[in-house]
Design a protein around this ligand. Sequence first.
Ligand code: GTP
Ligand code: MG
Length: 431
Amino acid sequence: MKSFFDGTPKKKALQRAVVAGVRKKGDYAAVQDRYLDEIISLCRTAGAEVVGRFTQAVDRFNPATLIGSGKVEELAALVKERGANLVIFDTSLSPSQQMNLEKRLKLQVVDRPGIILDIFALHARTRESRVQVELAQFEYLLPRLARGWKHLERQEGSIGTRGPGETQLETDRRLIRLRISELKKKLKRIESERMIQRKMRKGLFKVCLVGYTNTGKSSIFNFLTGENITAANYLFATLDSTTRRLKLSGKNELLVSDTVGFIRKLPVSLVASFKSTLYEVSGADLLIHVIDISESDFDDRIATVNGVLREIKCDRIPVLHVFNKIDKLNDPDLFRSLLGQYPGSRFASAVTGEGMARLVETLEYYLDKSRATVMASIPPRDGDKLSLLSSLGQLIDSETDNGILKVKVKIPVNRLGKLESKGIDFIRLKD
Ligand SMILES: Nc1nc2c(ncn2[C@@H]2O[C@H](COP(=O)(O)OP(=O)(O)OP(=O)(O)O)[C@@H](O)[C@H]2O)c(=O)[nH]1
Ligand SMILES: [Mg+2]
């Protein structure tokens, strides 16, 4: 079973790609250009050289080949002229569109989810992310294993093939289904390990960095925590979530997590299989939405991130917007207008450190707002109640009064109900 995918990127072949984008007539050409620029970054990250751009505006998408029949000929001519051996579409193709295009163009065609999956396969390092990527790859491949798919000789290690070896896959879809269900079980086990870790961290305020890919989430994480996780100028540098304690003033501390970035048209199956990584997001008390202010279309990217947050049902968690990379673009008018649009947002640079102290202060404010100070009374020798109390909140002070232990605790507001249900007497003090 292991033979389907060994998780290691194979020898990289030199690929010369033409990128292709299709829009409906009436949609902005400028928007399409930005999307194509993004797909070019994705190609470079995946190791392909981009040798041509191709666009079409259509009245309606051709169900067989997406672009019109005459345009397929034009695309074929461009491919020939540029000596390309790969075409990458900036959109999802149905399995049959992909197959028809490959037959007509006589070369490999990859769609947007395909290339994203490919990059994920290249960057997956830990057991968890490998299992997640493998699962997503199989789910992507399964509908593409129809009869007649074996129309191209594929070069091993090239884009779109970093994954299960095709000849084996074609032989038995049933085996793939089996593998999918095994992978799902594996993920369940990994998830339960995470649950245990999470239980141990109960009571601490959790902050999670989210945002479009390449906005500087890992850089901010490193700045805050003194860590040194990979921050790099390519898309999807981070696939695994990392959580660290962040010590603030006094005895205050919180947990901060870095996680995978989002992108437009993120394949749904990928979002689904990354559930356990994204669980870090759903367990957060506050999301820091990091935005790259130097990108001209950051508002569109904010909308994409909000869409993914909705999809993973995390859109009710409070959000702090942090506009990063202000060293690249210092525009006070823009800052003012953004503050109006996103009240309470912050401006920072993870490179120069500007705005970072203010960001930490803001986190402290959110932490404080989320907790109540209570005085709990623990009867003599009631160790269970005392340990419950310390697992739910942060002990500040204690004294004994006529044999009763009085403990001052800072506790998340949403955990006060737990104290009541466990029969712990307490009074809420002024915060
Ligand atoms: N000029 C400038 N560059 C920055 C800043 N923050 C991050 N970068 C750069 O932006 C690139 C991406 O940074 P990362 O921290 O890897 O971004 P990320 O959001 O974690 O990216 P993914 O994990 O790939 O989604 C790197 O080359 C960083 O050095 C900043 O404030 N200013
Ligand atoms: Mg990162």
